[in-house]
Design a binder for this molecule. Structure first.
Ligand code: CFN
Ligand code: HCA
Length: 541
């Protein structure tokens, strides 16, 4: 797989040419060009604030906390404390699916709960309204737990959601907890993941010793959110192998799944970015080891199953996993053989979130397609650079709070390029390091890796490279299509999916084949283009 004949250094210059010098210098550190086909020893700048005025693809801290981490839980009532827009626009937009027929758990996902703050609440304070909302939700549903999410104005006016949570918890006798996840709290969604996960870890994980499920090989899947039903496909495969998926963080999950997840034998981390620290904390507190897995792509799925089986080391399980792979692969191979002649040689660009821009390259490779450029919206350096990068910070897991996790941002403590000697020295001090497969080492020579891509740069990239497909989200979809290039939403899957596991790979091959071979958008002319001369004349006059 090779990149077409475009000089990436020239392309980088073109991307940066319009910026004022200071902005250009900052952006240039977030644009990385591969010099080889393998691992390299350079840094990319990531997880830094977007320059104000730039139209970023990122979302906010509230979105990361409420939408991403807690959104897919079924039986926790999630109340947005804020103006109605925040609750409304995080209502069912992520396509995290639920098993409505599952016994023993309520499903509140179809509801949008919000305090609907008005001007007078901003002026006089919104705590009373929040208490009323909690009482109302309790009276109507009698849930196991209620979570409160702070939006920007809540932090600005100083409502104490934690005090309200404590008071209502004492009054109602159920678990109620608040999140200080105001949208502006961090540089992106990523801060919201931290805030959500820390609280779930301290308030819920390990609070029950009653197992929800039993099995010989019990695993948790961390960082799998069941978008388009991905977790259902992963569970189907695991079940076939005789592996019990105990708790998923947090696709189709329940309060009790979190509360008793410490009874599992192994944590598998699917999306490293959103949750790696929970795996660390569970290892520290409960001694549960963790491994990285990836169920996006048929080969990646097979590799992950083998990794899980190897961890348990049970000969029967190892054999069963091989049987399942052998059973599943022929259908995948047949689907691939059908589409591959049409997809081979096509090109893609992926700018998505904090893990999919990497994971989906596997599927494109299977189809014989080349990724010309890719990047994350909000991932950190370890997600890009890979290598030994996960220090288990020496603090008591229970007391580990967001300030302590900020240590990650400190390059002194958290350097993916740390030398072997320094890692050894730190290991003596109680630090742990793990292998992690990053995006940059996996990309071909001349590929561009761009952090926190923006609207202007996306347009420029498309003009220069004319990829056969662009993968991003809803905000990017229509502007890209107007440039004649099909856009695959790799957040919501555009009503499609699942794309995980073996069946998911087949779905993906078919969808992408259709998109790169019937480029309807390049054949459509926008109505205003047809009458452009008239309009121009009109404005000139
Ligand atoms: S489901 Fe995940 S896989 S959790 Fe994360 S980093 Fe978002 S919501 Mo959109 S699709 Fe995306 Fe990842 Fe992990 Fe989703 S690539 S941006 S915050 N993400
Ligand atoms: C979020 C959620 C999001 C947005 C997707 C998009 C998702 O970041 O708050 O921009 O299309 O997957 O739903 O990432």
């Amino acid at each position: 797989l090779t990149i077409p004949d475009i000089d990436p250094e020239e392309a980088r210059k073109e991307l940066l040419a319009k910026y004022p010098p200071k902005v250009g210098r900052k952006r240039s550190q977030q644009i990385y060009i591969k010099e080889t086909d393998g691992a390299e020893d350079r840094e990319i700048m990531a997880n830094v604030r977007t320059v104000p005025g730039i139209i970023t693809m990122r979302g906010c801290t509230y979105a990361g906390c409420k939408g991403v981490i807690l959104g897919p839980t079924r039986d926790i009532i999630n109340i947005t404390h804020g103006p109605i827009g925040c609750g409304f626009y995080s209502w069912l937009t992520r396509r995290n699916q639920t098993d409505a027929s599952a016994p023993g758990a309520e499903n509140y996902i179809p509801y949008a709960f919000s305090t609907d703050m008005q001007d007078e609440d901003i002026i006089f304070g919104g705590e009373k309204k929040l208490k009323k909302a909690i009482q109302e939700a309790y009276d109507l549903f009698k849930p196991k737990a209620i979570a409160i999410f702070s939006t920007c104005p809540v932090g600005l006016i100083g409502d104490d959601v934690h005090a309200v949570a404590r008071e209502m918890k004492a009054l109602l006798g159920i678990n109620i907890f608040g999140f200080s996840c105001e949208g502006y709290k961090g540089v992106s969604q990523s801060a919201g993941h931290h805030i959500a996960n820390n609280k779930i870890f301290t308030e819920v994980v390990g609070t029950s010793d009653t197992p929800v499920r039993k099995g010989k090989f019990m695993i948790n899947m961390l960082g799998e959110y069941n978008i388009g039903g991905d977790a259902f496909e992963i569970e189907r495969i695991l079940e076939k192998c005789g592996i019990t998926l105990n708790a998923t963080f947090s696709g189709n999950s329940t309060y009790n799944d979190f509360a008793s997840c410490q009874l599992s034998d192994l944590n598998c981390v699917m999306c490293h970015r959103s949750i790696n620290y929970v795996a660390d904390m569970m290892e520290t507190k409960y001694g549960i080891p963790w491994i990285k897995v990836n169920f996006i792509g048929a080969n990646a799925s097979a590799k992950s199953l083998r990794r899980i089986a190897a961890h348990f080391g049970d000969p029967e399980l190892i054999k069963r996993v091989e049987e399942v792979i052998a059973e599943e692969m022929p259908e995948v191979e047949a689907a691939l053989a059908e589409i591959k002649p049409r997809t081979t040689g096509k090109t893609a660009m992926l700018f998505v979130g904090g893990s999919r821009a990497h994971h989906y390259q596997e599927l494109f490779r299977e189809m014989g397609m080349t990724t010309l450029a890719a990047g994350y919206e909000f991932a950190h350096r370890d997600d890009y650079e890979g290598r030994h990068v996960i220090p288990t910070i020496k603090v008591d897991a229970d007391s580990r709070n967001i300030e302590e996790l900020e240590v990650e941002a400190d390059p002194e403590n958290y350097n993916p390029r740390m030398s072997e000697a320094e890692m050894k020295a730190r290991e003596k001090d109680g630090w742990k390091f793990k292998e992690y497969e990053g995006l940059i080492p996996d990309m071909p020579k001349k590929a561009m890796i761009i952090d926190d891509l923006n609207q202007y740069e996306a347009d420029k990239l498309i003009e220069m490279y004319k990829p056969d497909i662009f993968c991003a989200g809803i905000k990017e979809k229509y502007s890209v299509q107007k440039m004649g290039v099909p856009l695959k939403q790799l957040h919501s899957y555009d009503y499609g999916g699942p794309y995980a596991g073996f069946k998911g790979a087949i779905n993906y091959y078919k969808d992408i084949d259709r998109m790169v071979n019937s480029k309807v958008w390049s054949k459509v002319k926008a109505p205003w283009r047809a009458s452009e001369p008239e309009l121009t004349a009109c404005f000139v006059a």
